[in-house]
Design a protein around this ligand. Structure first.
Ligand SMILES: *Cc1c(COP(=O)(O)O)cnc(C)c1O
Length: 390
């Protein structure tokens, strides 16, 4: 098999406008945080309807800033779903607080709010819902739980651009929302992130902390309208986004809807093509929501198959199809097992579902022929692996 025949699991969709804007930025003489980043923030606010937006260099940085701003401190507890990426829980450790891992619901693998409620203690300060794969969490129940216990709601929206919940865009629901523009995400700047909030004080705190705890950024300090004077208000971080990245982001965001329509079209094609297989469980769009379709995670009904997930993944690789698994639940990883004594049965639904999870390629640059190749390869494996053939 030649490299050209391999269908990657993810590919960015970069247009000529993004490339031209980067070149213009490079020629402009201002390449770090400046006018283009402020423009990206303004357009992101207009698109989502968020009051405050702050561009940062990753979603991980956004989550760290958010938890710091809402006042998470040493020995506090933060509720984190176990079905997520490393970043969601590690930021809790950055602040010497304790991530309390919570199981998912079986239907869409988002946070099980009843399990979260059962895990609340007097030390619980915040909860981080993750809109897994692009489908929104049960935000009404999460906001009610947070209100009951005085918790801050920091959303991990790394998969959730553009996700909607009951007519509202993610970015306008929780206390602070954190987006990712990592290379594989639905809108990318290579590396990057965005924070949104309606709270003025938290917005100010995050803006200061994202650049050394200094009260003005370099753009304001060094241009003619600014001054040389600055004050350090706290030992902050270095999380600002460059104008080179924002140049990409401005044009990616303008194509967000168009790229979403293509991913949705492909997702609907997968759903239709795989509908005939009782060996599969498929992701769905919940009523009253908009699914961002960042991922297309299927689940194998192992009791109906002779092959397990590993054999299925091997089969896809042999067919030249990139696939992945989202995610190995956090509570199964050595750090959480060894540090907090997590056992697989602490989050039994996640532990069980993980064994049969596979993410298929889904991105706007995929052609119809490529999508057909994925369907053909998956179908072949399922027919071959059927328990009761004939
Ligand atoms: C990608 C991802 C992140 C981290 O995003 P970065 O921008 O790479 O820091 C956080 N949470 C989830 C669920 C992710 O998938």
């Amino acid at each position: 098999m030649t490299a050209a025949e391999f269908l990657p699991f993810a590919l960015p969709d970069i247009g000529e406008a993004e490339i031209a804007e980067v070149v213009e930025t490079l020629r402009s003489g201002w390449i770090t945080t400046g006018a283009r980043t402020r423009q990206f923030e303004a357009e992101f606010a207009a698109y989502t309807g968020a009051k405050h937006t702050l561009a940062v260099n990753s979603c991980t940085a956004a989550l760290h800033l958010a938890l710091e701003a809402v006042g998470v401190k040493r020995d506090d507890e933060v509720l984190v779903p176990t079905v997520t990426f490393a970043a969601t829980a590690e930021v809790v450790r950055y602040l010497d607080a304790k991530p309390v891992l919570v199981d998912c619901r079986a239907d869409d693998l988002t946070l099980d709010v009843e399990r979260a409620a059962a895990a609340v203690t007097p030390r619980t300060k915040a909860i981080i819902p993750v809109h897994y794969s692009g489908t929104p969490c049960d935000m009404d129940a999460i906001m009610a739980l947070a209100k009951r216990h005085g918790l801050a709601v920091v959303e991990d929206a790394a998969h959730a651009l553009p996700t909607e919940y009951k007519g509202r865009k993610v970015g306008t629901i929780g206390d602070i929302t954190c987006f990712s523009f990592y290379a594989t995400k639905t809108v990318t700047t290579g590396e990057g992130g965005m924070v949104t909030t309606a709270n003025d004080a938290w917005a100010d705190r995050m803006r200061v902390m994202c650049l050394h705890g200094i009260s003005k950024d370099a753009w304001k300090r060094y241009t003619a309208s600014g001054s040389w004077y600055y004050e350090i208000q706290a030992p902050g971080y270095k999380y600002n986004l460059t104008d080179i990245a924002s140049a990409i982001g401005i044009h990616q965001l303008r194509r967000c809807e168009e790229m979403w329509r293509r991913r949705r079209e492909l997702a609907m094609y997968y759903r239709e093509a795989f509908g005939q297989f009782e060996e599969l469980e498929l992701p769905a769009e919940r009523p009253g929501t908009r699914h961002a379709w960042h991922l297309f995670p299927i689940r194998l009904r192992l009791e109906k198959l002779t092959l397990n997930r590993a054999a299925f993944m091997d089969g896809l690789r042999e067919a030249g199809i990139g696939a992945s698994v989202h995610f190995i639940p956090l509570h199964l990883h050595p750090y959480y097992r060894d540090t907090y004594g997590c056992k697989p049965q602490d989050c039994p639904v996640a532990a069980r579902e993980y064994e049969r999870l596979v993410s298929l390629p889904l991105y706007s640059k995929m052609t119809d022929a490529e999508a057909r190749r994925v369907v053909a390869a998956v179908s072949r494996l399922l027919v071959r692996g059927r328990l009761n053939r004939g």
